[in-house]
Ligand binder design. Structure first.
Ligand code: ZN
Length: 122
């Protein structure tokens, strides 16, 4: 019986607090894994071999770096080549997530107004 009471309670609440907006947000969030912020740049770095022709020519070796902000500090890390596509995807997801957060403010306000102005069910 306790479960049934809880169920009815949840149903009543689902109208307002656990809204379609919330469900939609969770669904979108699920699709946006992994999401990161930062920027990926191709750089050229020398290697450790003593007689490397590429380094002797000044061409060096292409490498990727991820730049990001850590507690307000600009930092970067080398990225293994095979991880580049995954990070590019994660960066796109990061932008999409940011878009989602910007949209959520006005949507919450609109939803609030709609419920406030709706005629009472009684
Ligand atoms: Zn080299």
């Amino acid at each position: 019986m306790v479960c049934m009471v809880h169920y009815i309670h949840t149903m009543k609440h689902s109208k307002s607090s656990d809204s379609a907006l919330h469900q939609n947000f969770l669904r979108q969030l699920q699709k946006l894994w992994p999401a990161i912020k930062g920027s990926l740049a191709e750089v050229r770095k020398p290697c450790i071999r003593s007689n490397c022709p590429a380094c002797a020519r000044g061409d060096k070796h292409p490498a990727f770096m991820l730049s990001f902000t850590d507690k307000g500090r600009r930092r970067c890390m080398y990225v293994p080549t095979e991880m580049v596509p995954q990070l590019q995807h994660a960066l796109r997801n990061g932008k999409a997530l940011e878009e989602l957060l910007y949209q959520l403010g006005p949507e919450l306000l609109r939803e609030y107004r709609k419920q406030r102005d709706a005629p009472s069910p009684d």
